[in-house]
Each structure stands twice: as C-alpha cells, then as structure tokens.
Design a protein around this ligand. Structure first.
Ligand code: ZN
Length: 203
C-alpha cells in the first residue's frame, strides 16, 4: 500500500508558509508505518520542537490503474477520510533550505492519523466536502475541497503518470490555511460535514 501526499494544494495555505503556488501537484509519500488508526494517541517525537498538524481530506483508491485519463479519473476513488499530515516544521525548514528530501520531517512513524472511511455516495456533494480541524475544541482549520488547486481527478491523473495506482492506496490531498503547532496534552479532532470522524490525543 502506498500513501501519496500533496503539498500546497490550497492557495491560502501556500501563502501562509510563504511558498509559491505550484503549477503542478507537489508530491511526496509516507510509508504504511506512518498510519495511526482507531483514534490511538500520537506520541510527540523527540527529534522536533515544532510539530505541526495539517488536517486533510484523504482519498481511498479503489481500482488499479496507470496513466489514467481525466474522463475516467473519478472511477479510481470511492471513499474519503479525515487525515492529519503531522509535520516536524523545524526539521522540514532545515531540509528545504538545503534542498533535501522531506521524509524525516513528514513520513516518520505515526505521522499520519487516519479516520474511518466515508463512502463518497454518502456525502451531500462530492465536489465540495467541508472539513474542520479542532484543537482543544477550537476550530483552527476550516476547509472546502472546492478550493483545491488540483482537484481529486487531477491528482489521480497526475499520480498515475508516475506510479501505478493500486487498490488500497491513499492520497492525502493537502491542507488549507491554519496549520500550527501542537503540544503534549492537546486533543485534535477531525470533522467532516459536521460529523466527528477523528480524535487524536497528543501524548
Ligand atoms: Zn500536508
């Protein structure tokens, strides 16, 4: 199983980190050992002092394919979940300055808490999914997938040019504005269309 992640896919988030808005999707990956499911706690790693949450909509790939054409892209995913792309921002900033890969800042053990799946058929509007991240009961991120720079279908087309999509692969589709640091003792919650899907205690 592969976990694809997209960086800078909402204009307001790219701007808050002073990054340029990309002309094509910015892609990185996490290994399966990054996943945390069943609302298990997240343990603050010892190699960072600036761990950030990034709340994201995650797609579940339901069909194998490569070089998928745009008109068929919607057939390749069937459910969404709420995911957190935990990022050691201090580590990432150092790597970015040197032009090095991001893996140790983004793909470490436990860096991807994931909620249960919601079938796309159960959503009121699959073109515009509303999601919120709460930190200790305060809304810190409020996103709508209508604001994605690269749509779900565009991501399927782009990723499958380089990597064979396999049933069960995941795509973290990017985070809206409002990312910020977490502290030990915090509780993060992921809400999708007004329903609590993910709860993550920072230990
Ligand atoms: Zn992210």
């Amino acid at each position: 199983m592969k976990i694809f992640c997209i960086g800078r896919n909402y204009t307001d988030h790219a701007k808050e980190l002073n990054n340029p808005v990309p002309s094509e999707p910015l892609l990185f990956m996490k290994p399966p050992t990054a996943l945390v499911v069943n609302n298990k706690p997240f343990f603050y790693p010892d190699f960072t002092k600036d761990l950030h949450y990034e709340g994201e909509i995650v797609l579940r790939v339901c069909k194998n394919g490569r070089s998928v054409q745009p008109e068929f892209a919607h057939r390749y995913y069937d459910a969404v979940a709420f995911g957190i792309d935990f990022t050691a921002r201090d580590v990432q900033d150092k790597l970015k300055q040197k032009g090095h890969p991001w893996e140790i800042a983004k793909a470490f053990d436990g860096s991807a808490p994931l909620s249960p799946w919601v079938p796309l058929d159960e959503l009121p509007n699959r073109q515009d999914i509303h999601f919120q991240l709460k930190q200790n009961d305060r809304v810190v991120q409020d996103g709508h997938t209508r604001d994605l720079i690269f749509s779900f279908d565009t991501l399927i087309v782009h990723i499958s040019r380089y990597f064979t999509l396999q049933k069960g692969d995941l795509i973290f589709t990017g985070t809206p504005a409002g990312v910020g640091p977490v502290a030990i003792g915090d509780r993060l919650e992921g809400w999708l269309e007004g329903k609590l899907l993910l709860s993550c205690a920072i230990k």
